[in-house]
Design a protein around this ligand. Sequence first.
Ligand code: C5P
Length: 220
Amino acid sequence: MPEVPVITIDGPGGAGKGTLSTRLAEHVGWHLLDSGALYRVVAYAVQQAGMQVADAEQIARVVRELPVSFQSGRIIWQGMEITAAIRTEQIGNLASQVAVLPPVRAALLDWQREQACAPGLVADGRDMGTVVFPQAKLKIFLTASAEERAKRRHQQLEQRGITANISSLAATIRERDERDQQRVHSPLIPAQDAVLLDSTHRTIADVFNGVLQLVRKRGL
Ligand code: C5P
């Protein structure tokens, strides 16, 4: 069977990976894997069950039977829609704590790989190019300064009518980056063969056009 082509888009939160991956998947007509959402669902389940982050094995058991389904952008957990509920800063932070646990990462590996179906997959996350899909045809590592990412996050929250403080958002972002970069298993680092892109002074539309050129150059 021919191998299903994969494009990976890794990088820290707020760099624009989500928008870029969604647009790219739509443009090329491929499937989309938002692996961050998966870690967020695990965090949500941990929170709802009142489990301790220290209990890695118990969390991994829950992950193996996670009653979740992704339905065209909607996330259903135990029959309940949690699409918006998993997008809070609190769940993002808890997600980065459960993401440190090797049994949890191991339990999510096969499910993520199974998402690589024809005609292809755009996979968004932290370790897509290094661990989950090392054979990917194109690997992008998208960054932006912590200040810029805090500014974007602030704008997003304001649009939703939520007041937030930029400097405390920047502090949370730095804390999460540090945890993601320092962890022993699958840390946030670019794959050796990744193309590094910095979106600090670029619009996502501009980054998208640059990535499209790379996609064409590689014949994808
Ligand atoms: O991308 P998002 O902010 O939704 O991810 C939430 C958290 O999930 C990240 O901070 C990271 O700790 C974890 N994550 C991960 N590996 C991935 C995707 C997300 O460890 N592939």
